[in-house]
Design a protein around this ligand. Structure first.
Ligand SMILES: Cc1cc2nc3c(=O)[nH]c(=O)nc-3n(C[C@H](O)[C@H](O)[C@H](O)COP(=O)(O)O)c2cc1C
Length: 203
């Protein structure tokens, strides 16, 4: 099978790359709006791109040709928090992807607890085993095909300036992935647990 990507629609291509390059992470991103309302939503098109400085990027598309609350908030405060999704955070993270009005505190709405961050305006989520406070270092746009026509997808690069790691997952100076029990995304609505881990040393 050879697939010319030009022959596929937007959703088919989303499924193709979202499964070919997987498992994808689920970054549960918390932000705050100019009006002080907290927001949280899951994002999978997320990747680390540099170690020192520690830079990660997240790709945020448009919704009905308008910026999502997460992007609006990030552009207003120039910061955000990535909360790592483990098994316990999975249900609330998916629930937070529902379209709520901008004046709803989505962290509380999905049964979680917002707490003030140390170094950024965006709140972090108390229940997350790992939360990364990030400051925006760059934003770029990619032209993308939407149902409504062409639109701009934002790729936001953030520097992780402070990491909160719960003691229960911090072992010998590292995050222990066996204790973190992170969830991965392998297709549109399909996820994996990270229960079956193995080690392979480089030559
Ligand atoms: C597992 C999962 C991963 C998602 N990944 C992305 C993503 O990478 N980029 C994106 O724009 N939307 C993504 N979404 C959709 C957003 O979470 C959704 O549009 C959300 O309502 C945005 O909320 P906001 O308006 O509060 O920012 C994802 C949804 C789910 C359930």
């Amino acid at each position: 099978m050879k697939i010319e990507t030009a022959s596929l629609g937007r959703q088919e291509l989303h499924d193709l790359i979202g499964t070919a390059i997987s498992p994808l992470p689920i970054a549960f991103i918390s932000t705050v709006g100019p009006d002080g309302v907290n927001n949280a939503a899951p994002f999978s098109f997320v990747a680390p791109v540099c170690s020192k400085p520690a830079i990660i990027c997240v790709a945020i598309g448009l919704r009905k040709n308008e910026k999502k609350d997460t992007l609006r908030n990030i552009e207003s405060t120039l910061d955000f928090v990535v909360n790592v999704v483990d098994e316990k955070l999975m249900r609330p993270a998916i629930d937070a992807s529902t379209e709520y009005p901008s004046d709803v505190d989505e962290i509380k709405q999905v049964g979680l607890t917002p707490v003030a961050s140390d170094r950024v305006k965006s709140p972090r989520i108390a229940e997350a085993k790992v939360s990364l406070e990030c400051k925006v270092v760059q934003e770029m746009q990619i032209v993308e095909q939407l149902r409504e026509g062409l639109g701009l997808r934002a790729i936001v690069f953030g520097e992780v300036i402070l990491a909160h790691v719960k003691d229960e997952v911090w072992v010998k100076g590292k995050i222990d992935p066996r204790r973190l029990q992170v969830i991965g995304r392998v297709a549109q609505n399909t996820y994996c647990r990270t229960g079956d881990m193995f080690e392979m040393k480089r030559a």
